[in-house]
Design a protein around this ligand. Structure first.
Ligand SMILES: [Zn+2]
Length: 212
């Protein structure tokens, strides 16, 4: 049942341990020094390791439904991970990476009746209410809620003590990103225009063909 994963692990080992590639042995010997901390959805179609084609050691990863960052509370998995990444490592950028066609946002918009799930995602209700004030069409409402949820999560993120401190000391940037699953584009929120703008570059497209 898990043959595909085991085969993938074999391929990883062959590439990173049995060839001329020293990256993994250097990372093990010298330790990691990731530049990024990425908070993404649990969705299997937008795994940052897959969509950024990033080599090992590139980023810390935290996953939560809808890439939702709840308001700060001591002792949560995210608070501890950020503390470790920002105070004991040299992370330069923290990214909230949401995506289109997000099941968590759909569940929120459709008022799913499952307390185990809604008790977590309901924190994004304000994002839904904000989206409702400008969109009537259900597809537009979902798309707007996805964006508003990313922005609400980014604001919550800035109130985590480790993030607040790093921002005050100008050690990090915080970014709000959206992966458009329909087009494959990566969008970034531009605070001055309050729009999500496409960031995907031609070079990345060429690289992905080269590495395919
Ligand atoms: Zn999602």
């Amino acid at each position: 049942m898990t043959k595909d994963l085991i085969d993938g692990a074999g391929e990883f080992k062959r590439y990173h341990y049995e060839g001329d590639n020293d990256l993994m042995s250097d990372l093990v010997k010298l330790g990691q020094n990731p530049k990024y901390f990425i908070i993404s959805c649990i969705d299997s179609r937008c795994n940052p390791g897959t969509i950024f084609r990033a080599p090992p050691g590139s980023f810390f990863a935290h996953k939560a439904m809808g890439a939702i960052v709840r308001p700060y509370k001591q002792g949560t998995a995210l608070a501890a991970a950020l503390q470790f990444a920002l105070n004991y490592n040299k992370v330069e950028t923290v990214i909230v990476l949401g995506h289109t066609n997000c099941g968590a946002v759909k569940a929120l918009a459709e008022s799913l009746k499952d307390p185990e799930i809604t008790s977590f995602i309901s924190v994004a209700k304000q994002a839904l209410e904000k989206a409702k004030s400008c969109c009537n069409n259900p597809d537009e409402l979902l798309a707007r809620t996805e964006k508003e949820t990313i922005l609400a999560s980014t604001e919550n993120l800035k109130n985590y003590p480790s993030v607040t401190k790093a921002l005050e000391e100008k050690r990090i940037d915080v970014k709000s990103w959206l992966f458009d699953m329909n087009t494959g584009d990566l969008l970034e929120h531009n605070a001055s225009t309050d729009q999500f703008e496409i960031k995907t570059t031609q070079t990345q497209k060429e690289d992905s063909r080269k590495n395919a």
